[in-house]
Ligand binder design. Structure first.
Ligand SMILES: Cc1ncc(COP(=O)(O)O)c(C=O)c1O
Length: 397
């Protein structure tokens, strides 16, 4: 059978799981193998900002039923099978944490950081006039270190986009932004709070200064805070002045065992919104049906940890990151991190390491590990020991 393209080495159709082979499926065996695949790597999974989730045992009874948070946070869809009151509480908490004006903000649950970026960019596009052919008059700017979802969503939303250089540590190059500004065109800028590879944080204040100097008054700044918006804000270190919307992933810092996210922003007026009689609810969302369980889990984390607990977790994770940075340097593998970061950056290790550890690499020879609140010192030590073995081998060669 012909199959769609995939990575070399990945069997597109696993014979045991196949639903079209005509053979009976041994469901227990297939499910067991799927879990074993996850468990087999869990201890070495510290290169993406996730990992073994926190303790969500209290939410076990939510697992086997459908939660559909369709429609606006401010509406309750019919049928009772939604977690809207938790969604509202979570969004109000995030809006307050990010310093949005109490009397003029909006928010939606999303399916993750990617969907949050789409939602922010969509609202940005709709704030500005269109040409007679329906094209936006705005131009979007994003840095080379922005998550790949940003150019992807700009493409999807048909917004002309300009890629801006970064400095060596992953922060937007504001000088390059100034050079690239399209005179007279409204500007949509995506800044990142915690870039994917180095956890760099762009400065909205510097972006506004560039736009002021360039004479661009019509502007929208979206902050992709997938990883770092919450932990930075908990320390009062997230600049949100002049930021129109902020999105994040729930499974990253909050550690939910389900993929989800949220977006909040200022100026509720002018957002697309309609009452849909079929769902007896207002719809002002970027989606349709959306799982209410991840949202409930994000709420649960905030409700049980409180800001104090979350802050303590962030501080402990940063201490572990500082430890990992020191240990890697001590064994001869040069590593660095931003002072606020969970992310430790180092040159991409050799293939022997990559075969065993599920590393995140970029195209310029950098890799990283990310010490999330759920990462243990033992995990870091195991990786450093593997790196030490490699560096000693290299030294003796
Ligand atoms: C900066 C940044 N933005 C967005 C995303 C995408 O988030 P999600 O995987 O929840 O769609 C990521 C994920 O790694 C990220 O690092």
């Amino acid at each position: 059978m012909n199959t769609p393209p995939g990575d070399p080495g990945v069997a597109w159709l696993d014979e045991a799981a196949s639903l079209i082979s005509g053979n009976p499926v041994n469901v227990d065996e297939v499910l067991g193998a799927t879990l074993a695949q996850r468990d087999g790597e869990a201890e070495r999974h510290m290169f993406f900002p996730t990992g073994p989730a926190g303790n969500f045992g209290a939410m076990q009874r939510f697992q086997d039923v459908l939660w559909n948070n369709i429609g606006s946070a401010g509406s309750n869809p019919p049928g009772g099978n939604h977690t809207k009151s938790l969604e509202r509480a979570l969004l109000a908490w995030a809006a307050r944490l990010f310093g949005l004006p109490g009397d003029d903000w909006w928010g939606n649950a999303t399916t993750g950081g990617t969907a949050g970026n789409r939602a922010g960019l969509l609202i940005a596009r709709d704030r500005f006039p269109r040409t007679q052919h329906g094209m936006t008059t705005a131009v979007a700017y994003y840095s080379a270190a922005a998550h790949y979802s940003v150019p992807k969503m700009l493409h999807e939303l048909n917004i002309p986009a300009v890629r801006i250089h970064t400095d060596a540590y992953g922060e937007m190059d504001y000088g390059h932004l100034a050079e690239q500004l399209r005179p007279g065109a409204p500007a949509i800028i995506t800044v990142t709070a915690g870039t994917t590879m180095t956890e760099a944080v762009d400065d909205p204040g510097k972006v506004h200064a560039v736009l002021d100097a360039g004479g661009i008054e019509d502007r929208y700044v979206h902050c992709d805070g997938a990883l770092s918006a919450i932990p930075l804000a908990l320390d009062g270190a997230l600049v949100t002045e002049g930021v129109d919307s902020i999105s994040l992933s729930g499974y990253k810092f909050l550690g939910t065992p389900r993929v989800g996210g949220l977006i909040v922003g200022r100026k509720a007026a002018g957002r697309r919104s309609e009452r849909v009689s079929y769902i007896s609810a207002i719809d002002d969302t970027p989606v349709g049906s959306i799982d209410g369980l991840p949202t409930a889990m994000m709420w649960y984390t905030v409700a049980t940890q409180g800001e104090h607990g979350l802050r303590a977790q962030a501080h402990a994770a940063r201490r572990l990151a500082a430890y990992a940075e020191n240990r890697l340097n001590a064994v001869g593998w040069p590593a660095w991190r931003h002072p606020w970061a969970f992310t430790v950056v180092f040159p991409t290790p050799p293939t022997s390491i990559q075969q065993r550890w599920p590393l995140a690499n970029d195209t310029i020879g950098q890799s990283h590990l990310i010490c999330m609140p759920r990462t243990s010192r033992e995990q870091v030590d195991a990786f450093v020991a593997a790196m030490e073995a490699v560096t000693s081998l290299q030294a003796s060669a």
